[in-house]
Ligand binder design. Structure first.
Ligand SMILES: [Zn+2]
Length: 63
């Protein structure tokens, strides 16, 4: 697994699974991502986000 480093702090980021994401007005479930222990900057794991957004869009369109 590749290590992620914060661009600001140059420290290794921690993998977390409780990142809050918002897509328009939609409050999505907490997502997998990485968080810097120094500055608390969060980044989403892109692949996961794309899958979640597609699922959310399908859900919205189907209502
Ligand atoms: Zn940082």
């Amino acid at each position: 697994m590749a290590a992620w480093f914060c661009g600001r702090c140059k420290v290794k980021m921690e993998e977390v699974d409780d990142i809050q994401i918002f897509y328009g007005e939609v409050d999505l479930p907490e997502a997998m991502g990485i968080r810097c222990p120094g500055c608390s900057q969060e980044y989403l794991l892109e692949e996961y986000v794309i899958n979640e957004l597609v699922a959310a869009e399908e859900m919205l369109e189907g209502k």
